[in-house]
Write a protein that binds this ligand. Structure first.
Ligand SMILES: NC(=O)c1ccc[n+]([C@@H]2O[C@H](COP(=O)([O-])OP(=O)(O)OC[C@H]3O[C@@H](n4cnc5c(N)ncnc54)[C@H](OP(=O)(O)O)[C@@H]3O)[C@@H](O)[C@H]2O)c1
Length: 278
């Protein structure tokens, strides 16, 4: 970001606030160079206290001042927000959207112009600077826009460039992914408690196990199956546990969950009103 440029943010909930916090922590933007608006005044006020950002009068005021504008409202209300800011966008503004399922073409169409859009799919781990984010450019975005978007989202974790046709799959896998892992950690913790461990110890052990296994995959660059073989000694505990997991279909459960979330992401991108969910 060039100095003195303004980052605008519409929606300062889970994702908007994580993104802005990442930017300020990474010193990519100063709090006073952020202009934001959220329907929920309390949320906006809390973020103002934390980051020193400037609260705007309304969404139009954010759009009119932003050199980079983040759209961080639920996909179900994005049509309405785009209609509201249409015609107010500062010339040359780069629009970033994190809305699940919402295509860049629809944003371009509803903003009625040659607007430069980069779509991103981060995940909730952005709140601790550990998101897995995928980004893709819209029709009018330039190479420099994608590079800037990458730099901004890297303040919240790692970034992968991907073609837009795969964004719903990304939403199903990593966008929704922390939920799968939260449930796995909770289930492992329950399992430990069932076997006699205290809740505190079981949760600590389950959490560190997930973290350690993820680090091993990342740092060794080995295929997970190779690492699995390191643990499964003949007739041992791991191979017996694996048999039980395969018999009860854990792999299929996860594959179905990702497929379901991917399908839902596709539905959310339709311009018809999607009343529920997200
Ligand atoms: N959460 C995730 O794990 C995740 C992951 C990847 C991508 N995303 C995407 O990130 C976007 C935001 O999700 P989120 O989880 O951050 O949602 P959120 O926590 O509900 O934040 C959205 C905020 O926007 C506010 N809002 C509603 N209508 C508005 C309007 N017209 N103008 C300005 N602000 C308005 C909401 O206020 P009220 O609560 O008062 O309505 C809320 O504070 C979504 O498009 C989602 O697909 C989320």
């Amino acid at each position: 970001m060039a100095r003195r440029q303004t980052v605008g943010c519409i929606g300062t909930g889970n994702m908007g606030s994580a993104f802005l916090t990442g930017l300020v922590k990474a010193r990519l933007v100063r709090g006073r160079d952020i202009l934001a608006w959220d329907k929920n005044r309390q949320r906006l006020g809390e973020l103002q206290d934390q980051l020193g950002l400037r609260p705007a009068r309304d969404n139009r005021a954010v759009a009119a001042a932003a050199d980079v504008l983040l759209l961080a409202v639920k996909p179900q209300i994005l049509d309405k927000v785009l209609a509201e800011i249409r015609g107010s966008l500062k010339p040359g503004c780069l629009v970033l959207s994190v809305a699940a399922g919402y295509p860049t073409a629809l944003i371009e169409q509803l903003l009625d112009g040659q607007v430069r859009v980069v779509r991103a799919m981060p995940n909730i781990a952005a709140q601790v600077g550990q998101a897995a984010t995928a980004i893709c450019p819209g029709r009018h975005a330039r190479r420099a826009d994608v590079k800037l978007a990458r730099r901004l989202f890297e303040s919240c974790g790692s970034v992968l460039e991907i073609e837009e046709g795969l964004m719903d799959a990304v939403t199903g896998l990593s966008g929704t992914g922390p939920m799968y892992v939260f449930i796995i950690i909770e289930a492992l913790s329950d399992a430990g408690v069932r076997m006699g461990l205290s809740r505190r110890d079981a949760t600590a052990l389950a959490t560190q196990t997930v973290l350690g296994a993820a680090h091993m995959v990342q740092q060794t660059g080995r295929h997970p199956i190779y690492l699995k073989d390191l643990v499964t000694s003949p007739g041992g505990t791991a191979i017996n546990a694996l048999y039980s997991m395969e018999r009860t279909g854990l792999r299929a459960v996860l594959m179905e969950a990702v497929e379901t979330a991917t399908r839902r992401s596709r539905e959310l991108g339709r311009p018809v009103s999607n009343a529920n969910g997200g």
